[in-house]
Each structure stands twice: as C-alpha cells, then as structure tokens.
Design a protein around this ligand. Structure first.
Ligand code: KIV
Length: 316
C-alpha cells in the first residue's frame, strides 16, 4: 500500500467551501490487479511516460499501467519512426520513470531488434529491463511468431504484454501505419495471433489500430485483459501516448486521439513571456534577487569600477 494525497472541497459551517487534504491508501498495481479488473469489468487505464516529472504526475493521478513506450523514439527523441531507438536509450528512460512511479505497473517496451534476432537475445534484453531498470513487465510486438519468446520470458519470471494489430515496428512490412484487420483473412489472422499469445500466458495485450468489432471479438475471446489504442471502446482498458493527449507531438493527431490539454500552448506562452521579460529588463526583479546579509553589506563598498564591487579592505 502507498499513500496518496487527495484534495477536495468541503462545505464549511458558514456556507463557504474549505479545501481538505487527506491521505488515502492506494494499492500497488500488479499483473493480478489488471486481471481482476477485467473480471469485474472495471476499465484499466494506461498512459505512456518517458521521464521523471511526467511519470510522477501520471502515477499520482492514479493511472494503472505506465508504459515506457518505444514511441519515445518519435515524441521525445525526434526520430522519424520507432525503429532506431536502442536498448541503452530505452533503459535510460525506464530508469527515470522507475524513480517516479510508486503505484502503477511499470512496463518497458522492447525496442526493434532487441528481440527479433533470437529468443536468447530477447530474454537477455528483457532481463536487463527488469534487473537494471526496475521494469515489472516488458512489451513485445507480434502474434503467433512470438509464442516461443513469450514462454521463455515467463519461464524467466518476466511478465509479458503482447501487442498486435497495427504494430509500429512493422511499419516497413505493413507499408505504412494502416488500420489492420479489415478483411476476413486479416481478422482470422488477428484472432489466431490473439489466442496464441493469450495461451502463451501474456499478462495483457495491446490492440492497436483495428476495427472496434474485431477488438470486441478478441476481448470476449481471450482470458487476459485487452488494452486498446485506436481499437474502440469495448476493450478492457485504454492506452494513449501522453504527448498526444497533451498536444506535444507537432503532428496532426490520429482519429482516436483525444486532446485533454494543450501543453504545447502552455510551454510556448511561458517561454515567450520569459524571453520578453528578460529583453525588457523586467526579469529578475529585486525581490527575485539574493541580497547580502546586513553585516557583510556594511563591509562592502559600492565603489563602482568596470569590474564591479570591491571589498573595503581591498580598495583602501
Ligand atoms: O510505444 C508506445 O507508446 C506503444 C503504445 C502506443 C501502445 O506501443
């Protein structure tokens, strides 16, 4: 159990409102918690986070699952797609998020080529996320073809999140970022992928970029929770990229993205205001400056030279 501060407005005796801050205990989210949520039909909430500050805010808001997604390649590191991001870069961000997260289940996304060459290498890299960065589960993209790797990871006590449908690491073989599962054959393959990784023991599966109807069938079919992104409302939970919901991506949002805030505008306004204040000598003010203690001030003379203030004993 962890303790979380919660503030609420309460009616005071005089008819006004007072703010009450209280502490509530919040249990640690585990893979069992999200499985139980599926059984109780309680929606699972999930967001990405890539650094200490945002991960803290996301965790303190009570989000169930925090994914350090390889989407950081694009939204934080400025790469064109997710393929170039390395294990070392991912580890660096997972460690930062680990230091912030107290309650949420922390999932590390395995980057492209960290598990594609061999299961042995996949196992080695997954173990690095757990041992060297504190991840509690790893996520891998792909269906049937990942079954052996999933089994090996679970054998090594590493919980696995699957990811099927529009899998961004397959951008070159998919021929772009396209909604998947639109033909009968494609739906059939998606169902086989979902059932295969569910039976292999994944703790949850991300369903990305597939028709609502297909996501709904998969959700009804599999034992593990499904977490959708662009997969409609019938999944057991929903995940979005934090930078998408905050307007920090510099690109037109996908159809499924809902913007909950405009951090882009907030940051631009603040940065411009700072720039203007400095340029018109309005920042910092005297109140925002440090001052000498009285006795030191007495020992200092303000004899102005080009080089500034001199101590009395040095000038006399
Ligand atoms: O990398 C990522 O952020 C993801 C989510 C979109 C599911 O894989």
């Amino acid at each position: 159990m962890g303790v979380q501060a919660v503030s609420a407005l309460m009616r005071s005796g005089t008819g006004g409102y007072v703010s009450i801050t209280t502490s509530v205990s919040r249990p640690k989210i585990t893979t069992s918690t999200i499985q139980e949520k599926k059984q109780r039909h309680e929606p699972i909430t999930s967001l990405t986070a890539y650094d200490y500050a945002t991960a803290r805010l996301v965790d303190e808001a009570g989000i169930d699952v925090i994914l350090v997604g390889d989407s950081l390649a694009m939204v934080v590191l400025g790469y064109e797609n997710t393929l170039p991001v390395t294990m070392e870069e991912m580890l660096h961000h997972v460690r930062a998020v680990r230091r912030a997260v107290k309650h949420a289940l922390l999932v590390a996304d395995m980057p492209y080529a960290s598990y594609h060459v061999s299961s042995k290498e996949g196992l080695h890299n997954a173990a690095r996320f757990v041992k060297q960065a504190g991840a509690e589960a790893v996520k891998i993209e792909g269906g049937e073809k990942r079954v052996n790797l999933i089994r090996r990871l679970i054998d090594a006590e590493i919980p696995v999140f699957g990811h099927i449908g529009l899998t961004p690491q397959s951008v070159n073989t998919m021929g772009g970022y396209k909604v998947q599962g639109k033909t009968v054959a494609a739906i059939d393959q998606l169902m086989r992928d979902a059932i295969a990784i569910d039976r292999a023991g994944v703790s949850a599966m991300i369903l990305e970029g597939i028709p609502r109807e297909v996501a709904s069938m998969i959700t009804a079919e599999v034992k593990c929770p499904t977490i959708g992104i662009g997969a409609g409302p019938d999944c057991d939970g929903q995940i979005l990229v934090l930078h998408d919901i905050l307007n920090l991506t510099f690109a037109a949002p996908a159809k499924f993205v809902r913007r909950y805030g405009d951090a882009g505008a907030l940051i631009s306004t603040a940065v411009n205001a700072f720039k203007n204040d400095v340029e018109r000598h309005a920042y910092p003010s005297d109140e925002e400056s440090y001052h000498l203690p009285k006795d030191t001030r007495a020992a200092v003379t303000g004899v102005g030279t080009k080089r500034g203030i001199h101590l009395k004993e040095r000038v006399v």
